[in-house]
Design a protein around this ligand. Sequence first.
Ligand code: NDP
Length: 243
Amino acid sequence: SFFSDTSPALVFGGSRGMGAAIVRRLAADGRPVAFTYVSSPAMAAALAAEIEQEGGSAFAIAADSADPEAVRLAIEATVERFGSLGVLVVNAGILIGGTIDRFTIADFDRMAAVNVRGVFAAIHYAAPHLLDGGRIVTIGSNTAERVGSAGSSVYAMTKAAVAQLVRGAALDFAPRQITVNNIQPGPIETDMTADLMEYIVPKLPLGRIGKADEIADLTAWLTGVGAGYMTGESLTIDGGWTA
Ligand code: NDP
């Protein structure tokens, strides 16, 4: 079968923050949605139950994106449950801060494993299952465009890697009409930014932090049938921060 606006979706990192908003939005739009988590089983179960209660179809899968085998198994479980896969959203990501002189090798490896290799693994293992005409969306960061503050170099590097991986992936999957795009949020109100609010808000031209739903809206559009001519793009959505 070919991709449609009700083809199943899998969201890596869907239990909290932007990922949860994306899961809710895709489910509300009529897609069966599977999503992964690593440390929040209760939140993941509650989100799946909430969607089921509202008449949608959702289930949560424990899978650390740093573990490629877990990523592969999450994709297999989704295809087994839903019968196909039309949309892959790779949102799982971590932020470890620190200037390079103090940044440890272990933290470098952990962030690269989740933010870079985890994205590659998700696309790699999903590829054979994705419907022709399907959608891949990654969540990068506006720090790929402008690092903006000290202590963010390694995080920004991982997100810049994602942006370029997406450009190449768009070319790799173009023959199958699968589009691949990267959303680059600026500061969004989630657990990740809870401690940074005071520092961030005065720096934002729009004078406020972004909402997870605003990222979910863009994801919904990018993953819809109507977005079929956009591929390989990184879309920055950051309240004007990088303007
Ligand atoms: P949160 O920390 O609020 O949520 C992260 C989500 O990803 C959770 O569902 C978490 O699962 C999951 N996750 C984290 N690590 C892993 C892992 N190793 N394997 C599987 N799932 C994992 O983050 P945000 O919603 O703020 O961020 C989402 C994405 O957006 C990230 O890629 C981040 O880098 C990016 N981003 C965020 C910005 C912001 O301002 N918030 C700005 C720009 C980009 P669990 O609940 O189980 O821990």
